[in-house]
Design a protein around this ligand. Structure first.
Ligand SMILES: [Zn+2]
Length: 422
């Protein structure tokens, strides 16, 4: 038995517990109650390990590429630079992504992986992950080849499971989506991320013309309508920025899990997803950081805050998204979107022992009045004291030789991407 306690415990599926204690054994939570353990974190809160519903760990070092570019040219810059990397570089960068995730209190990530390197890195460093191997293909036979090639380089483990990601409706055909959905593994895509996507699909125009040779021919329909035949509870859809009222109703009717990535959408100039409307209509709206290719970090606290800022600014309603809502989207709702709520997402006996300890000392929210607001508005990766995954402390806020090495190897890989081609 291991006990850990703090001034506050936020189980998320029940009210906050002042002076709370979490007891776990064999990687599973046994009890959540009032009490004080020998390992007590004063001026701190324990929350469920965050579930990041959309990441690309292997883009952890892609920060600042093409800053200010439109969505189409931005994608082209990334594709070109990614081609300069060897697989070892991709693993080195993915390791940094894992570290940065754990440092931000993330215990589970849903990672869309170009090379599969994310699976290797997550297994090595103990991050729980569903790694969706990306395919970009009009022909399902080509999708199968891409998937099998990547699948052969990855291994499943207790913490890491493999899924598949047909990239987007403009880079994969409906038949490719159908093939992916036939595999019986988790499937995730990008959907309605930008107006450029709708422009290409509807009219064959706009900045995506620059990469026309690798795209699906225009369908004459918007992104959501293009994917309509395959939309359902098994297709995780990241972004959904460019969705109108009818499209939100369709997503709800089909019980489609949606991932909201507000910082990524803002920084790429894609817009603000109608998250309040989506939450009112769709059962499962999760939160995801996306990757430093678009957002600056895997910082779930910043993501929760940005979700709140954007929702309130967009609707001009202060109650459009509350701190408790954002915390739920980063834990339980994300677990539900990934269909792993039986295992993670709340501090509940029987679930896996995934816990994040956040210090509130020195924050303006301490002494604590509203613990959820204190964690969401006052939290930051620097304030994460400990991230526990499956009962093992995978990150502790202290200087560490292993992490220094991870950072320097990833920096060297970034240098190779920045270097001009010979
Ligand atoms: Zn993405």
């Amino acid at each position: 038995m291991t006990d850990v306690s703090a001034d506050w415990v936020l189980p998320v599926d029940g009210p906050p517990i002042e002076g709370g204690l979490v007891r776990y054994e064999g990687g599973a939570i046994v009890e959540v109650t009032q009490g004080r353990a020998e390992r007590h974190h004063a001026d701190a809160a324990i929350v469920p390990g965050f579930v990041n519903a959309h990441s690309h760990l292997e883009y952890a070092m892609y920060a600042g590429f093409g800053d200010g570019q439109a969505f189409g040219p931005w994608i082209a810059t990334h594709v070109e630079r990614k081609n300069r990397l060897e697989r070892d570089d991709m693993i080195a960068i993915a390791r940094l992504g894992v570290l940065e995730s754990l440092r931000a209190g993330i215990a589970t990530t849903a990672d869309y992986s170009f090379s599969g390197a994310a699976a290797t890195a997550a297994a090595e460093l103990g991050l729980r992950a569903i790694v969706y191997l990306e395919v970009f293909a009009l022909d399902p036979a080509e999708a199968e080849r891409q998937f099998e090639r990547k699948r052969a380089l990855t291994e499943e483990s207790e913490l890491v499971h493999i899924g598949v990601s047909p990239h987007a409706p403009y880079s994969c055909s409906l038949d490719t989506y159908r093939w992916c959905l036939s595999l019986g593994i988790p499937v995730g895509t990008h959907l309605a991320e930008s107006a450029n996507e709708n422009e290409w699909l509807e009219h064959g125009s706009g900045p995506l013309q620059g990469i026309a040779p690798i795209l699906v021919p225009p369908t004459g329909k918007r992104a959501v309508a293009t994917l309509e035949p395959v939309l359902g509870p098994d297709l995780l859809c990241a972004h959904c920025v460019e969705v109108n009222t009818d499209e939100i109703a369709l997503l709800a009717e089909r019980n489609v899990p949606v991932v909201h990535c507000p910082r990524s959408n803002a920084l790429l100039g894609c817009g603000i997803a109608p998250v309040a409307e989506l939450r009112e209509a769709v059962v499962r709206v999760a939160l995801g950081t996306d990757s430093p290719a678009s957002t600056p970090s895997f910082d779930m606290f910043e993501e929760m805050r940005t979700a709140i800022y954007m929702a309130r600014a967009r609707t001009k309603r202060p109650e459009a998204l509350l701190a408790t809502d954002a915390l739920r989207m980063a834990t339980l709702d994300a677990a539900r979107a990934l269909r792993i709520e039986g295992q993670v997402g709340t501090l509940t006996p029987g679930k896996r022992a995934d816990l994040t300890v956040v210090s509130l000392a020195g924050s303006p929210y301490h002494p604590v009045e509203d613990p959820a607001a204190a964690v969401v508005y006052g939290g930051s990766p620097e304030r994460v004291l400990e991230t526990i995954v499956d009962g093992n402390t995978r990150y502790a806020n202290e200087d560490n030789e292993q992490w220094r090495e991870v950072r320097s190897t990833a920096s060297a890989a970034r240098q190779r991407m920045l270097a001009p081609q010979p």
